[in-house]
Write a protein that binds this ligand. Structure first.
Ligand code: CO6
Length: 299
């Protein structure tokens, strides 16, 4: 009996077509969970397939409700019909990014050559963005261990999105690359402090410099807003801290107060002030950058 049931244990890592998973699912043989997103609009196909499933009647055990569990974190309005999904793929050509364009950059790719990317700032007043964001944030559950969904209707949220811009059959298309959310906290008496809450670069795009481009653009965006005191992060992960160290060091090293002769004199109020006023860098991070740069100049 036990041997027979062992065949009904599937690793959802392998079953999910996203190739990312949650836990071991019990009760299925040949389990396949298809979760497909269109590249731009993230319209979703969600389908669960298996060759057989245990039943209480014959096997005296119940199969895990894998479909129900994934449904809870699946984007609202998904389709389970492959033909419908194919027609949504065609419609994806009409997808345009939301919000205001902040920055355009290119990345050289060995196979594809020069690829173009754009960073946009969006908010909930952009038509269709609410639904798009609902779909986008479902990725967090697959790719960030401690992720949770946000109450996006609170107007203190800022959204920053990266899209790849490419041409196909004479048309300009966009693909979702990643995003960041920041919550504008109030600082007495008349300032705000945006706190980065979520950041995700989708796996195929990781390690190509997009995270660094996004964080730098976000600093540059807030630099233009006098009411912003500095930028912080909520529960930053180790990976996020590494990325932030890289970006803030790159930004601060061009400030006069971080010149190599100044670094030798120790951490100073000038560094704190210049990093905050010119780049919206928080005091604690200004100190970290000082230590990184000081170490570099110390043999
Ligand atoms: N180790 C060391 N150095 C790193 C790392 C890691 N993991 N990530 C970035 N960097 C540094 C490094 O110097 C990179 O330069 P190269 O060595 O030349 O590659 C540089 O930063 C730029 O990295 P890149 O822009 O390519 O990073 P990426 O586009 O992959 O974005 C990421 C980084 C962590 C946002 C992305 O990998 C990701 O989305 N990972 C999964 C989700 C995640 O972990 N998100 C962060 C948790 S949420 O903490 C959080 C406070 C909130 C925001």
């Amino acid at each position: 009996m036990e041997k027979k049931l062992a065949e009904y244990k599937c690793d959802t890592n392998e079953a999910v077509c996203l190739k990312l998973g949650i836990e071991v699912a019990f009760g299925y043989k040949g389990l396949q969970i298809q979760l497909y997103y269109t590249a731009g609009n993230l319209s979703t196909l969600f389908k669960v397939k298996y060759s057989s499933k245990v039943t209480e009647k014959f096997d005296c055990v119940e199969a895990d409700d894998i479909e129900g569990k994934i449904r809870e974190i699946s984007p609202a309005g998904f389709t389970s019909n492959t033909d419908d999904f194919i027609s949504l793929l065609d419609k994806d050509a009409n997808f345009k990014p939301f919000g205001t364009l902040l920055h355009t950059y290119t990345v050289h790719n060995e196979e594809a050559g020069e690829l173009t990317y754009q960073i946009y700032k969006a908010d909930m007043t952009c038509a269709g963005f609410h639904e798009y964001h609902e779909r986008l944030q479902t990725f967090l559950m697959w790719f960030i261990e401690t992720a949770s969904f946000i109450d996006a209707d609170d107007d203190h949220w800022d959204f920053f999105l990266i899209f790849e811009k490419y041409n196909k059959d004479g048309e300009t298309l966009y693909a979702t690359v990643g995003y960041m959310t920041a919550y504008n906290y109030y600082v007495y008496p008349d300032k705000t402090r945006p706190r980065v809450s979520q950041m995700l670069i989708l796996p195929p795009y990781q390690g190509e410099g997009h995270g660094a481009q996004l964080l730098e653009s976000v600093h540059r965006f807030y630099c233009n807003l006098p009411k912003v005191q500095d930028i912080t992060a909520e529960d930053p992960s180790e990976n996020y801290v590494k990325l932030r160290d890289y970006v803030l060091t790159k930004l601060c090293q061009s400030l006069p107060s971080y010149a190599s002769d100044k670094l030798q004199l120790g951490f100073s109020e000038d560094m704190v002030k210049e990093a905050r006023d010119k780049l919206k860098v928080n005091k604690k991070h200004a100190r970290r950058v000082y230590e990184i740069l000081r170490l570099r100049t110390t043999d």
